[in-house]
Design a protein around this ligand. Sequence first.
Ligand code: DGP
Length: 116
Amino acid sequence: MVKDDCIFCKIVSGEIESNKVYEDEHIVAFEDLNPMMPVHTLIIPKDHYDNIADNIPDETMAHIMQTVGKIADIKGIRESGFRVIVNTNDDACQSVHHIHVHVLGGGKMNDGDPSL
Ligand code: DGP
């Protein structure tokens, strides 16, 4: 499933370049274009779903979340800690409407600040 005008579908196809951190048959993880922390990696499914509430198959969502730990290991932030964010629709300022999981770390974040 691909959406023609979707930036992240174009990253999956290679039409738009990205710095890939991890890739397998079902998902891709790549560096965020505008990092908010020293580590800021996005994990996406290769199939297009608009957001986390878009009837994503359980196994796909589980696979994405299982990959968080792998990204933390690759980026060396498992022990120091990290934050996982999934912005959804307008109130949460989702700007790219292809589900993506932000993995943020590499520095101390504020306690309880939902923006970081
Ligand atoms: P959100 O606000 O949750 O929808 O986050 C979208 C993120 O996607 C934002 O942090 C910037 C990132 N982003 C947008 N366009 C591109 C792109 O073309 N390449 C990469 N690597 N990241 C992008």
